[in-house]
Write a protein that binds this ligand. Structure first.
Ligand SMILES: [Zn+2]
Length: 488
């Protein structure tokens, strides 16, 4: 246990003095946590000191740490990347003089810049080891290069959060039902789950019927739970699983699931409740994007999304003017992941496009020491995306059993305002339309009307979702019993 205390102390000192944290320090912390788990069955009381779990820090200390982290990150970016060398040269800006108050002199980096020339953001002082592509449901995927050291940092963080956040223990079995090309999440989850001593199953985004069969199948393994206990997936693929379970008459008791973690897309409250009923597991969400790793957000009991402050700098700004969003206002998340947690692809004030609302008042919840926003409302694509955000539309549609999941919809601009087209199970849908119109008004959605369709071909194009990244298999969804060769 001395080792644990020592590496934690070193971690704490390094954060406060903004010293270099070697990946093996973080590696050590995560391995010590796993060793504690193996020995005592539970993490130690000192785990409050672990990365991502740090409690309240004095505001003056926090400001000093922020300033040093911003300067160190800006200096590395200006010195070692083509994109930021040019930016700072053109502005005649010295990265070493920046403060949290003057940080907005650094221009916001649009997603399109990273997409167009990923190599211009890669530090010349780093050794790129892994190319992570975002799944890119919004268009061209974004490329982010990571060094081996960054992958180690990310796995260590993932291990700590699986033990302390998800409550993963060695007898658990976790299945990943996300796109198999999402390289970084896959590497992270496979390595951290097995490091803890739990078991890992890669399901991918196969036919939901195949996925449910696999979740329900008895494992028959000594020392492991009888069925898969944890599931990690996207919101739209969870919706596809809920649809299959509800329509095919699966019962929550058919599964051994305790916990489902959802990320990458907006998860509405009605879908969360339906999934908890259909699959019999607690559903939780977190916010993590490849470009900002290891910075991320966790939901609290009061419905805020709280963002880690140790690993990066978070801003909420106007999507067009980039002016800071006032309390109560809606803006996009802009992230600056810090050096030394990042050393390969360096990003300053990166515009994620993710829309959030800032709380009206300072939160008073258990996680109030961490910056808070609303959950992600959707993605910025113009003023309409703020007036009729994805979250409100999904809250409207996901509550209705007559709307097949994942909900397919499109907004059409009409002179009087937006018209909502929705794919429903069958027409006529007079009662359904009445209910939707009533609830749309209650949700503050200023629609001029709702048009139900029973054929996708009659609808305007609907937006892509991750569940559309379907992987084919040779398995039949409901396989015939295996016939064994009878003895002659
Ligand atoms: Zn909160």
């Amino acid at each position: 246990m001395f080792g644990t205390a020592l590496s934690q102390l070193r971690y704490g000192m390094a954060v406060l003095r903004n010293g270099r944290i070697r990946p093996r320090d973080l590696e050590r912390i995560s391995r010590d946590l796993v060793a504690t788990l193996a020995e005592f069955g539970e993490p130690g009381a000192d785990s409050a000191l672990l990365p991502g779990q740090a409690g309240a820090v004095d505001p003056a200390v926090r400001r000093t740490v922020t300033e040093r982290s911003l300067r160190a990150t800006a200096r590395a970016a200006a010195r070692h990347t083509a994109y930021y060398r040019r930016t700072f040269d053109e502005l005649g800006l010295d990265p070493g003089t920046l403060t949290p108050e003057t940080w907005d002199r650094v221009p916001v980096t649009p997603k399109s810049a990273l997409r167009a020339l990923p190599a211009a953001f890669v530090s010349a002082a780093s050794a790129p080891a892994l190319m992570a592509l975002t799944t890119g449901t919004s268009g061209t995927p974004t490329t982010v290069w990571f060094s081996r050291a960054e992958v180690e940092v990310s796995i260590a963080m993932s291990t700590v959060s699986a033990v302390l956040g998800m409550g993963l223990r060695p007898h658990h079995v976790l299945a990943y039902a996300g796109c198999s090309r999402a390289t970084l999440p896959l590497v992270n989850v496979e390595e951290s789950v097995t490091r803890i001593g739990a078991a890992f199953v890669q399901i991918g985004t196969v036919d939901p019927a195949v996925a449910l069969d696999r979740l329900a199948a008895p494992l028959g393994l000594r020392g492991k739970a009888p069925q898969i206990t944890h599931l990690t997936t996207s919101a739209s693929y969870l919706a596809a699983l809920v649809e299959e379970a509800e329509q095919r008459g699966w019962d929550a008791a058919d599964f051994g699931l305790a916990s489902i973690g959802v990320g990458g897309e907006v998860l509405s409250d009605p879908l969360r409740e339906r999934a908890e009923r259909a699959l019999g597991a607690r559903v939780s969400t977190s916010y993590m994007m490849t470009e900002a790793v290891p910075s991320g957000g966790t939901s609290c009991d009061e419905g805020h999304l709280h963002h880690t402050a140790e690993f990066g700098h978070l801003e909420v700004v106007d999507p067009v003017t980039h002016a800071p969003t006032p309390p109560g206002g809606t803006g996009i998340i802009v992230q600056t992941p810090y050096v030394p947690y990042r050393d390969c692809t360096l990003l300053l004030r990166y515009a994620t496009g993710d829309l959030v609302r800032r709380p009206e008042a300072e939160p008073a919840c258990a996680m109030a020491h961490l910056p808070a926003t609303s959950p992600v409302l959707g993605r910025w694509s113009g003023p309409r995306s703020v007036e009729t955000p994805t979250r409100s539309l999904l809250t409207l549609l996901d509550a209705e059993r007559d709307v097949p999941q994942p909900a397919r919809y499109a907004i059409e601009e009409r002179p009087g305002g937006p018209l909502l087209h929705v794919l429903v199970r069958r027409l006529p849908a007079t009662a359904l339309r009445g209910r939707l119109e009533e609830r749309a008004t209650a949700l503050g959605l200023a629609l001029v009307g709702i048009v139900p369709h029973d054929d996708p071909a009659t609808m305007p194009t609907t937006g892509p979702v991750r569940a559309d990244l379907r992987e084919h298999t040779f398995e039949a969804a409901h396989p015939a019993p295996v016939r064994l060769a009878s003895p002659a």
